[in-house]
Design a protein around this ligand. Structure first.
Ligand SMILES: C[S@@+](CC[C@H](N)C(=O)[O-])C[C@H]1O[C@@H](n2cnc3c(N)ncnc32)[C@H](O)[C@@H]1O
Length: 284
């Protein structure tokens, strides 16, 4: 997500829209099967399938997982159900409120940014599901290296840009990120491209955008055009900041939900990385 959007509390809007309006249980794109009809029921199923697919990437022998940017906790809960001990992190107080309702012995959540998370504990595996783009890649990868045990794993599922571009600037460029991971000693164990399984969510989002947001925008616009000049100016003055915010959310969503642009400029990848036994102590 772009930094300016975090300042306007995009996250709260996202939660309201996804959980309250669409009644989803999750914040990730999901994993669609070829030919699935694009509708809300299948989006929910795709999100559940995504979790099941993600869990399959966790290598054997893993006991504990640090879920960085755990959202509303559905990945963490699925992992805990499988018997892993899970710690979930989110810096978002609205998400944290929801997380408090997940009660399991082997799961706990902390209201923290990954960059500020301090512990003497080391983990077998760190999971970043659609969260690795929220912090500087160098900081995130170094921190992961420091928090993992020898031979520890980093499992990342996210959208990556293929080259430097102004579009999707809030996501990392794959080649730069992979180079940075290598610098900290990570080896690529698996790389899976699931772009085509993710794209229907964008198509669904575009549809919602056209059906709901565009008419709302037209109503607001029409209201201003019909209002007397002075009244429109007063309203514009009072709500200028909010209107600006709404437009920046609209522009962000417009780009984020553009499936053609996504297909052209980005890929949705699952990376499983591993630290070797001997990590060069001189790094970082
Ligand atoms: C798109 S959501 C993904 C949530 C969840 N992992 C999933 O797969 O549904 C991104 C998550 O990253 C979190 N996040 C944002 N900045 C972060 C940071 N600096 N450190 C840790 N998590 C962060 C957000 O609060 C949110 O929980």
């Amino acid at each position: 997500m772009n930094n300016h959007l975090s300042a306007i509390n995009y996250s709260e809007l996202e939660l309201i829209f996804c959980l309250k309006i669409l009644k989803l249980n999750s914040l990730h794109y999901g994993y669609w099967r070829p030919g699935d009809e694009i509708n809300i029921t299948n989006l929910k199923k795709a999100q559940e399938r995504y979790v099941r697919n993600l869990v399959k990437f966790i290598p054997r022998g893993i006991k504990d997982v640090l879920d960085v940017g755990c959202g509303v906790g559905d990945n963490a809960a699925a992992l805990a159900k499988k018997g892993y001990r899970v710690i979930g992190l989110t810096p978002d107080k609205h998400q944290y409120k929801i997380l408090k309702s997940i009660n399991r012995e082997n799961i706990s959540f902390e209201l923290k940014k990954f960059e500020n998370f301090i512990t003497v504990e080391k983990f077998d595996c760190i999971l970043m599901s659609e969260s690795s783009n929220y912090f500087d890649m160098d900081i995130g990868l170094k921190k992961s290296k420091d928090l993992l045990k020898e031979n520890g794993y980093l499992l990342v599922a996210n959208m990556f840009r293929m080259t430097e571009s102004k579009e999707f600037s809030g996501t990392h460029v794959e080649s730069e990120w992979a180079k940075c991971a290598e610098k900290y000693g990570f080896k690529v164990i698996q790389r899976e491209d699931i772009t085509q399984n993710v794209l229907p969510t964008l198509v669904f989002g575009e549809k919602i955008y056209q059906e709901y947001l565009v008419p709302i925008e037209e109503i607001i616009d029409g209201y201003f055009k019909k209002s007397s000049l002075i009244r429109a100016k007063i309203i514009e003055f009072i709500f200028a900041k909010d209107v600006k915010r709404l437009f920046s959310v609209r522009d962000y969503l417009f780009e984020r939900l553009n499936s053609r642009l996504f297909n052209e400029k980005a890929k949705y990848l699952i990376y499983l990385l591993q630290l070797p036994q001997q990590v060069d102590g001189s790094l970082g």
